[in-house]
Design a binder for this molecule. Structure first.
Ligand code: MOS
Length: 751
């Protein structure tokens, strides 16, 4: 494990006292008893309620709004439209960098997607604001909406996702396909999907002169703070964001959205605190979604089932006015060995809100297509799908040729397959029925997700009473950050968990980086680890330089920290408490600061990914074609496990998303209006308990000395990859029908 770099040699910190423990969420009791305060639970004195009026057309302009009628309604205080919206210091259509997304903040009368905010009604009660919004009776000059991926002129984006090249060519794909003994070519389609976090986007905004306090869910408080500060022309320090709990985010709370900023504008307009909460149906438009994709995959294999070529072409959507390109095909240059690989993205502009990061953006959409294609190729070669994947195992990252920092995928395959009893699988489809006559199918998929790290910071304090405080502005979306990071915090300063006050969730703490890209534990955890190490190093320097200390002369590297004491490494009977060290030095505390970020030197040498293998069983009613997933086994290797209970919970969550992708989620767009027709959780299907089978997630040991000092990879998003394809492949294995348009529906199987 690389040394933590400090001015002095580092004391030894023993991990394992807290790290590795299967603790339940420390905030769990608060949540189940309703005491956890979410953004919309805040009610500052004098607060008003704001309700957005959204466009019912997807393209055109607002011709008129009955503002006077709305204002006459009892309880309505103000109606905000482009005519009276307070000025902004930055044009919401300005795009200083690719990660700043254009917002609809009532800058003009243009409509660019359905559900775009066109006015905000502010009232004494939610009911009055809702009624007022209805009374606006907008009239439009509508233009035909462009909603279909395949009817538009496409173009080649220069970059996809956050900075990946959209086109990669490696080796001679045409020659590889020409030389192949088996070839498959297939086109897969995935629909628009919406994040649908349990907690809708919400904000309570309160101005105090030029200072702003907002309670709002955020996966990236520092980014949100900077964006709000730029829009309003104030200093970032004058924006305080409180985001202690999120009811899910899935990427949609990574950047502050238009509706949240409208809440701030409304508060400015009326000079009182304002609460604005989106209704569920209002979340289908202005707060991001996953782009639909159409993907064509061509694979060639030799007689032994080894790939000779892999070509993955994807068409994705972006909005008419901004750019986000789902990096769908990038998975194909990370996973399977092939002498020739090409990927290419094209994009089409649609009249929709700008797509955004959503639950393994790119990997999820790409994975279901690639894993389906691999399954098709295996069958074409007459090979078992697992044997086929083993035959095409990438020992180095395929295109770059870099070695992996660690890759325990072989162990994932072996242990997952054994647990599932995969060896009993019949090669041909539609061979197995259960005792009730249902068709039984088994499928598998490989899971993969890159190791991402943003930049994060932390502060660790050891106080005169021997207790610790660790601070970082981390975000708990429900994934358990408050628990896992507190475990790292306690170990970083050698204290029991109960001895440490862990502070997170507000923007006045050190920036913890973004809770996205499955990177939060790695980033904020590394920052905490280095901050704690620095605090301990300072404490050790005090003790080992002092003749009165039993640790005198041991040197920093000669001591170890645990349970509130420093011990001599060469004599465990020789120790001193933190409190005694500080008391003798006459100090009230020692402090350490640390940061976590990707190491470019290590990244230039190594390819860094988490891996896994997912095995699925489905049962299909032969007459009704209803599909039930009856078993899911995932085996994942993602470096060091900070909390096995929470990590398993993340894998389960990801596997449920995968099930959702394969069989449920689909935003149905009305071709005439461009509106999402199923903009609610009744008809936008997500799996409920009855849809989710017993699941197993095996944690495969993996030691990675290169990703970061603690060896942490991400666990949040990998579970969706592999799983969606495994289920699709199991449906084919059960029925013999290959469905290439997702989600798989009953009518596809009956056709
Ligand atoms: Mo995730 S889509 O990076 O929140």
């Amino acid at each position: 494990m690389p040394e933590v770099s400090l001015a002095t040699a580092s004391p030894h910190i023993r991990h394992g006292s807290n790290i590795g423990q299967p603790l339940t969420r420390r905030d769990g009791i608060l949540k189940v008893t309703g005491r956890a305060r979410y953004a919309a639970d805040n009610l500052p004195p004098g607060m008003l309620y704001a309700v957005i009026a959204g466009s019912s057309i997807a393209r055109g302009r607002v011709a008129s709004l009955a503002v006077a009628a709305a204002k006459r309604h009892a309880g309505v205080v103000e109606v905000m439209t482009p005519a009276n919206r307070p000025p902004l210091a930055q044009d919401p259509d300005e795009k200083p960098n690719p990660l700043v997304f254009r917002l609809d903040l009532l800058q003009n009368d243009r409509v660019r997607y359905a559900n775009q905010p066109i006015a905000v009604v502010i009232a004494e009660t939610l009911e009055a604001a809702t009624e007022g919004a209805k009374l606006l009776s907008p009239r439009y000059d509508a233009e035909p909406a462009r909603v279909r991926l395949d009817t538009e002129q496409s173009f080649v984006p220069s970059m996809v996702g956050p900075g990946f090249p959209g086109v990669v060519d490696h080796g001679d794909v045409a020659a590889g396909l020409a030389a192949a003994s088996h070839r498959i070519e297939a086109t897969y389609e995935t629909p628009a999907q919406y994040h649908n976090a349990m907690e809708p986007h919400a904000i309570v905004a309160a101005w105090d002169g030029g200072r702003l306090t907002i309670d709002t869910p955020s996966q990236g408080m520092a980014m949100a703070q900077a964006r709000v500060a730029a829009l309003f022309g104030i200093a970032p320090e004058d924006v305080l964001i409180r985001s202690p709990f999120l009811g899910g985010g899935f990427g949609s709370k990574g950047m502050i959205t238009g509706p949240q900023v409208l809440g701030i504008l409304a508060a400015r307009l009326v000079g009182r605190p304002v609460k604005l909460v989106l209704r569920r149906d209002q979340m289908y438009g202005p707060v991001g979604h996953r782009s639909p994709t159409r993907q064509t995959i061509r694979l060639g294999t030799d007689r032994g089932g080894r790939l000779t070529a892999l070509a993955h072409n994807a068409t994705v959507a972006t909005s008419s006015y901004d750019e986000f390109f789902e990096p769908t095909a990038i998975i194909s240059h990370a996973l399977y060995a092939s002498p020739a690989i090409s990927i290419a993205h094209e994009a089409a502009r649609l009249d929709c809100g700008t797509p955004n990061f959503m639950r393994a953006p790119g990997e999820a959409t790409g994975s279901i297509a690639l894993e389906s294609a691999i399954d098709e190729a295996a069958f074409a070669c007459g090979m078992d799908p697992l044997a086929f994947r083993r035959a095409n195992y990438a020992d180095v990252e395929p295109v770059s040729g870099k070695p992996f920092s660690s890759k325990a995928l072989r162990e994932c395959y072996a242990q997952g397959a054994e647990r599932f009893a995969w060896q009993k699988r019949k090669l041909a489809p539609r061979q197995t029925r259960d005792e009730a006559g249902f068709l039984v199918g088994w499928g598998m998929g490989t899971a993969v997700f890159p190791v991402v790290m943003f930049e994060g910071h932390a502060r660790a304090v050891i106080q005169a009473d021997g207790r610790g405080i660790v601070e970082t502005g981390a975000h708990d979306m429900g994934q358990g950050a408050w628990t896992a990071l507190a475990q790292i915090a306690a170990d970083s300063i050698g204290l029991d968990l109960e001895q440490v006050e862990f502070r997170a969730g507000t923007s006045d703490l050190p920036d913890a980086g973004i809770a996205g890209g499955s990177s939060h534990t790695a980033t904020a955890g590394t920052a905490i680890h280095t901050a704690g190490a620095q605090a301990i190093a300072r404490l050790a320097a005090l003790a080992t330089a002092d003749e009165r200390s039993p640790l005198f002369g041991a040197g920093n590297a000669g001591v170890t920290a645990r349970t509130g004491r420093l011990f001599r490494r060469d004599d465990e009977n020789c120790s001193e408490s933190y409190a005694d060290i500080l008391a003798r030095a006459g100090l009230s505390q020692v402090e350490g600061r640390g940061s976590g970020a990707a190491d470019p030197a290590a990244q230039s040498v190594y390819a860094m990914y988490a891996h896994g293998a997912v095995f699925a069983e489905v049962k299909v009613d032969p007459s009704l074609a209803q599909v039930r997933v009856t078993r899911l086994v995932g085996a994942f290797a993602a470096g060091r496990v900070i909390n096995p209970h929470l990590v398993r919970s993340q894998y389960f969550g990801g596997m449920i998303w995968g099930l959702s992708f394969a069989l449920h989620e689909h935003a149905a767009i009305d071709r005439r209006s461009g509106r999402v027709m199923n903009a609610d959780l009744a008809e936008y299907h997500v799996p409920v308990n009855a849809d989710v089978p017993p699941m197993e997630a095996l944690l495969i040991d993996e030691h990675d000395p290169y990703v970061n000092p603690l060896g942490i990879k991400g666990v949040g998003e990998i579970g969706i990859t592999g799983t969606a394809g495994a289920i699709a492949n199991a449906v084919w294995h059960a029925t013999g029908v290959r469905v290439r348009r997702f989600p798989i529906k009953i009518d596809d199987l009956l056709a």
